[in-house]
Design a protein around this ligand. Sequence first.
Ligand SMILES: C[S@@+](CC[C@H](N)C(=O)[O-])C[C@H]1O[C@@H](n2cnc3c(N)ncnc32)[C@H](O)[C@@H]1O
Length: 206
Amino acid sequence: MSPEFATRYNRWRYNLYAPVYDRVVAAFFAPRRRRAIELLAPAPDERLLLLGAGTGLDLDYLSGCRQLTAIDVSDGMLARLRRRADRLGLAVDVRVMDGQRLDFPDACFDAVILHLILAVIPDPVACLREVERVLKPGGRAVVFDKFLPDGGHAGWARVAANWLTRLIATDINRQLGVIVGHTTLHIEHEESAGMGGFFRIALLRK
Ligand SMILES: C[S@@+](CC[C@H](N)C(=O)[O-])C[C@H]1O[C@@H](n2cnc3c(N)ncnc32)[C@H](O)[C@@H]1O
């Protein structure tokens, strides 16, 4: 599947998932989101980008932040994010945008949230290079997602399962270290976020 086609497919399927997304993922991921944002520790006046922001479930943990920008390819997901932001009384600059080609100038964000996006976006290296570009020097990004351990090898069962999971949800065979290795970002901290280390949280620094 070409990245262009995969991006159109993502837009289509997340518009389809939008009405049920929160019911399926909110409760299970809530403690991991809280932990990841705790690690990122955004200050109230920092410029913060939520990339692949979805319905805005992270906003529940960003009540002190005054300079929030959220982008996603799915306008259906973002419509829900706008309603959540209104409910929480948060001002968020919300834009439909491809995370592989950000329409922002260089070095304009202090921090980026990458929750459940690096395993979904067709080209995670292009995405992280864009994060690297838009982060200010010393800026940071927090990743929460599922990965194959660095240096690990996907057995045939995992390769086979990935055909299905990629189609309906997410790639399960990406390696965080390999993706980060294509940028000048470095992993400052990494920890397991459940399911025997299948889910991971990492803090990246420019
Ligand atoms: C699994 S959801 C995660 C949403 C949110 N970050 C969360 O933690 O709940 C993946 C999100 O990535 C978005 N997405 C997929 N491809 C994208 C792209 N190329 N650019 C921006 N967002 C994209 C989808 O529309 C969807 O909202």
